[in-house]
Design a protein around this ligand. Sequence first.
Ligand code: ATP
Ligand code: MG
Length: 253
Amino acid sequence: MTRVLTVISGKGGVGKTTTVTNLGLALMKQGKSVIILDANVTTPNLSLHLGIPFYPVTLHDVLKGKADASEAIYEHSSGLRIIPASLKTDDLAETSIEKLNKVLMNLLGRADIIIVDAAAGLGKEALAAVNVADELVIVTNPELPAVTDALKTVKVAEQFGTKVLGVVVNRMRGLKHELPLDDIQSMLEIPIISVIPEDIAVPRSISEKIPVVHHRPTSKSAREFRKLAATISGTEFVEKQGSLIERLFGWMI
Ligand SMILES: Nc1ncnc2c1ncn2[C@@H]1O[C@H](COP(=O)(O)OP(=O)(O)OP(=O)(O)O)[C@@H](O)[C@H]1O
Ligand SMILES: [Mg+2]
């Protein structure tokens, strides 16, 4: 049975796409069959994180009824399968996000888990991504505006009756001005399933167009993304031993 898991936030720029690529790849490395799908049809960037900006057939073509969902599945060099959205402004016309449900129906059985990268906010794009989900993961940063918007997402999930697996608190630096985890937990009233530290390896890996779990597997963020994948798949987290060089100089690379 295919699980459809949507990664959503409320506030933009908090780390949804980073979570989708890394969680997807970490689950794949555990042996799961994974597809990641860019449901951010107005400002997509999942394919940019993976370094393949232009694809002949995209989710837009599928939503327009011009192609079958199976024609829009591509394999990244890491082995991760992706359904990209089009970066072309012209493709925005006549694209009906309401048809996302039908697209997902056609994909059932093609993977153990389909991870959907939602648009920021709570507009119709984000709601379509909630609507297709069996489960949600909500991403936030440890600051009041992001958590306030995350709370709205929790309320919307309640209205849809969609199960929320938990919150990922991303870009935690452990500084005094940040909202403490206890406060985030009591504001949202859902479990915190992952705390991803602020890590320079993340933007570096994005610039290399390779998810950090693959690019810097022993970095502190990669470790937390792997732990999140273990939580989501219900498997035991196995610590990864880097090479001696990586262990000695990991903080430099
Ligand atoms: N743990 C982290 N440490 C350092 N930088 C991070 C971390 N997570 C994300 N970032 C940075 O934050 C930026 C935004 O991340 P990302 O694109 O994943 O957010 P998003 O929620 O998908 O944004 P949007 O709402 O625009 O879709 C990226 O440029 C990335 O470099
Ligand atoms: Mg994004």
